[in-house]
Design a protein. Structure first.
Length: 177
């Protein structure tokens, strides 16, 4: 019998000072049985950084043909493809053909090695942007995980500030190039 995903519910007040975007979102996020809390939290932060109309989580790990997050137009074309983790250059090439804009958010302890091994192979894809979340701060954010969460999330410069009723966390984002 397959292990079922764990469901998390979030209410997030987003203040993105970089884009002058302010919103409140209610998210239901499934933690896939093979997914870590750190990866799930990185997905949630990537969602908030890119918050806009028609932004949705996909089946992600359950469907390898889809990214973690995307924006689809009304005529079902993908306008933004978001990957969380360290995708292969082949996957990045595929996504750059399917969407005019692609973002990759790397987050784990091996992301520096992944980037050094991948950057020359993915540099030809001009519609792809690469970012790295600080690994230790991502681990700290994972400690926030509860089945129901209420966050205030602020984005300013290259830092995301997350607070809940009991704690706060800072998450630095570095653009890779």
């Amino acid at each position: 019998m397959a292990i079922k995903p764990t469901i998390y519910k979030l209410q997030i007040a987003i203040s993105d000072f970089n884009r002058d975007h302010y919103d409140s979102v209610n998210l239901t996020v499934a933690l896939h049985p093979s997914e870590t809390l750190e990866r799930m939290m990185a997905r949630i932060v990537a969602y908030c950084i890119n918050a806009q109309e028609n932004l949705t989580f996909t089946k992600g790990l359950s469907n390898v043909e889809e990214p973690d997050i995307w924006v689809k137009t009304l005529d079902d074309l993908i306008s933004l493809w978001i990957e969380v983790g360290e995708p292969t250059p082949e996957r990045i090439k595929k996504s750059s053909r399917l969407a005019p804009k692609v973002k990759v958010y790397s987050f784990n302890s091996k992301s520096n090695t992944w980037w050094e091994q991948s950057k020359n192979k993915v540099s030809p894809f001009k519609n792809v942007q690469f970012y790295q979340f600080n690994w230790r701060q991502t681990q700290n954010l994972a400690s926030f995980a509860k089945r129901t969460m209420d966050w205030s999330l602020s984005i300013s410069g290259d830092t995301v500030y997350i607070t809940d009723e009991n704690q706060e966390c800072e998450l630095e984002i570095r653009e890779l190039n």
